[in-house]
Every structure is written in structure tokens, then in C-alpha cells.
Design a protein around this ligand. Structure first.
Ligand code: PMP
Length: 369
């Protein structure tokens, strides 16, 4: 299998597997006072330190959750702010965390227009929570987070950033982004699925959504998922190595796009004119169904996705591409290739051979009909 879907979930390294296995074999509850409990606590706290270090935060401000979906919900529900301002290209876990949100405007590349934040915030006395992602999971487009956060702070708003897609691909920290809250997910960086974190800047607090035993400094009750948390920490420790490989990925991705455009001149690379993640390519050939492309690639042993990973197996057109002004047909014709740290040139060559012949076959059939 050639796996080109790392924005959906990244492979786990042997070292991460080993660390998870070791943690799963320890018995104690991290809240127990006996030595087994203390050993489990030490594992959780080691991982907390590694995750905090990855984004330049203080360890006590890392709240482990069941993933980024929960972290995004916690940021929005737990902020105590009645007004929530989001961009239309956010992940559904931000868009749907509240029934009523106010929408920022994005341009044709999906980049938030800073003036639209200014307009929304100056129009009300009620302080808001603003939530904008660092890098889009479908297009890789990077948002001007520090500038947006500065605007938000001028109006007394809190700023939350979903940075799930950024570690190992962009160099950043909580303070370089100037955000109050940051969301991460382990399985996008080579850790296990089902664990993530909400990270707070100093002096920022959230009201926990899950009440009970008071774990995670009362911000998220429930016995910690020790194995998954340890895997998250182990993946975080390896992030600088992944970041070192980002330049190689960018040239592989750029070469892929050049060859696509040379052979299929009508292909469009969405977001290509602005700052993007180095591993992501969103390619549309209008009128050629993305769903059919994904199935054809899968049958040839290549994993890619149509826009975002479809939830519950249902492919709907991408809200991100629609917000960028694409028609329904164009949005349903876009595929996402997301390279992994392990992706090689021969993976890309193989993908291009299979994909280009698929596109040619579809076009020939359309012509013949
Ligand atoms: N935010 C973004 C930008 C994502 O790409 C994803 C995963 N598709 C999530 C949030 C949700 O992450 P998790 O799977 O950890 O709940």
C-alpha cells in the first residue's frame, strides 16, 4: 500500500509502539498513591512535558483529551465566552461546537480576511472567543494567526487555534502564534488515535466539560489513557526530526504538482498561491469525480482522500472548498494528497502513473460518449 493520507492519520513508528506497549503493561492508576500508581503518574507527566515542550508551553497547562475533537469542544465550551467567532474553513469540531457562531470571511485561497475579524469585534461590547486553525487539513493553507490573535486581543477576545496539522510541518510555538489556547492531536504526528490535548497560555483557564474525579487539574475528569498519552509524548519527542524532513517533502510535493500540471493542464491546485503546509496538495480536475478517483487509487493500492476524510463513509462536497468559492461540481472533483515523513520519490512516481492513466481514461470515456 502506498499511503498518501497523512493529514487523516499518520503511521506509528516502532519506537512509539514500543513506548505504548511498555505503558500498557504498567498497572497503576495515575491517581493511586502506591508505587504502581506513581509509576503510571510518572509516565503521564513525562509525556505531558514532551507535548508541552513541542509547542513551548508549560507542562501544567497541557490538558490531555480524547483527541482534537474534544479539545476543540473544550476550548469553545470551556472559555465561558458567549460570543464565538470562527472561520468557515474550520474543522467540524470547531464549526459545530456551538449552535450559534459568527463567521469570518475568507478569500479565494481560504485565508481569513483580517478586516472581517475587526468588523465583527468592533460591533459588540460582548467579549468573544475567536477560533481559527493554523493550517487547513484539506488544502494545507496557513492562516496569519499571530496577526489575527493581535486583533482579537485588542478587543479583549480570547484566541483559540486548532494547530492539529502543523507540528513537524511548520515551526511554531504558543508564543510565536500569540494564542491563548491551542489544540493538538496525537494521530496526526505519529502517535495513537484517540488522544489529543488542549494547551493553555499562562493565566488562561477553562471550565472542564467532563466532570467527575477531577483529573487534569479539574479540567478533564476521567482516568488518563496512559498508553495513548505516552505514545503522544513519544511522537512529540520526535517532532524536530520530522520538521527536518519537511523541506524534502516540500520538493516532492512541488514536483508532483508540476508533473500534474504538465500532463493535465486544466488541473487546479487549490491554495497554491499562498503559504501552505509542505506535505499537502489539493488537486481538482473539474468534472472528474473525486470519489471515483479515490476508489480507483485504492484498487491500485494507493490511499488518498476526497477533500477531507469523509466522516462515516459519506462523501459530501468540501465545506472548505465551497467557502473558497468553488462550485458544487468543482468541490466534488478535488482530491487531497497528503505526504508522510516516510513518503519516497518512487511512491510519488507510482501515484502519478496510476492517477494520470485514470484521468486519461475518464477523459477518453467522456469524449467517446
Ligand atoms: N482539527 C483538524 C484540523 C483535523 O484535521 C482533525 C482530524 N481530521 C481534527 C481537528 C480532529 O482530530 P481528532 O481526530 O483527534 O478528533
Amino acid at each position: 500500500m502506498i499511503y498518501l493520507d497523512c493529514n487523516a492519520s499518520a503511521p506509528i513508528s516502532d519506537q512509539v509502539m514500543e513506548a505504548v506497549g511498555h505503558a500498557m503493561r504498567t498497572t497503576g492508576n495515575p491517581s493511586s498513591v502506591h508505587s504502581d500508581g506513581r509509576a503510571a503518574r510518572a509516565l503521564v507527566e513525562g509525556a505531558r512535558g514532551a507535548v508541552a515542550q513541542m509547542v513551548g508551553a508549560a507542562a501544567q497547562n497541557v490538558i490531555f483529551t480524547s483527541g482534537a475533537t474534544e479539545a476543540n469542544n473544550l476550548a469553545i465550551s470551556g472559555s465561558g465566552r458567549k460570543r464565538v467567532v470562527v472561520s468557515p474553513v474550520e474543522h467540524p469540531s470547531v464549526l459545530q461546537a456551538r449552535s450559534e457562531t459568527e463567521m469570518l470571511a475568507v478569500d479565494e485561497n481560504g485565508v481569513v480576511i483580517p478586516g472581517s475579524l475587526e468588523t465583527l469585534l468592533e460591533g459588540s461590547d460582548e467579549t468573544a472567543l475567536v477560533s481559527v486553525m493554523l493550517a487547513n487539513n484539506e488544502t494545507g493553507v496557513v492562516q496569519p494567526i499571530a496577526d489575527l490573535a493581535d486583533i482579537a486581543h485588542r478587543y479583549g477576545a480570547f484566541f483559540h487555534c486548532d494547530a492539529v496539522q502543523a507540528p513537524g510541518r511548520l515551526s511554531f510555538s504558543m508564543s510565536s502564534l500569540r494564542v491563548d489556547m491551542l489544540t493538538l492531536s496525537a494521530h496526526k504526528i505519529g502517535g495513537p488515535r484517540g488522544v489529543g490535548a488542549l494547551i493553555l497560555a499562562p493565566e488562561v483557564e477553562v471550565d472542564g466539560m467532563i466532570k467527575g474525579g477531577g483529573q487534569e487539574r479539574r479540567r478533564r475528569s476521567g482516568t488518563e489513557n496512559v498508553g495513548a498519552i505516552v505514545g503522544f509524548g513519544e511522537a512529540a519527542k520526535r517532532i524536530s526530526k520530522t520538521l527536518d524532513g519537511a523541506t524534502r517533502l516540500r520538493s516532492l510535493r512541488d514536483e508532483l504538482e508540476l508533473r500534474v500540471l504538465a500532463t493535465v493542464p486544466e488541473a487546479i491546485i487549490y491554495g497554491a498561491r499562498v503559504n501552505r503546509l509542505p506535505n499537502t496538495s489539493n488537486i481538482g480536475v473539474v468534472g472528474v469525480s473525486a470519489e471515483t478517483q479515490v476508489i480507483a487509487m485504492d484498487m491500485a493500492g494507493i490511499a488518498i482522500s476526497a477533500g477531507s476524510a469523509c466522516s462515516s463513509g459519506k462523501v459530501t462536497s468540501s465545506h472548505v472548498l465551497r467557502a473558497m468559492g468553488l462550485s458544487e461540481v468543482a468541490a466534488q472533483s478535488a482530491i487531497r494528497i497528503s505526504l508522510c515523513p516516510e513518503t519516497t520519490k518512487s511512491d510519488i512516481d507510482h501515484f502519478l502513473n496510476v492517477w494520470l492513466s485514470h484521468i486519461k481514461a475518464v477523459k477518453d470515456r467522456t469524449k467517446a460518449a
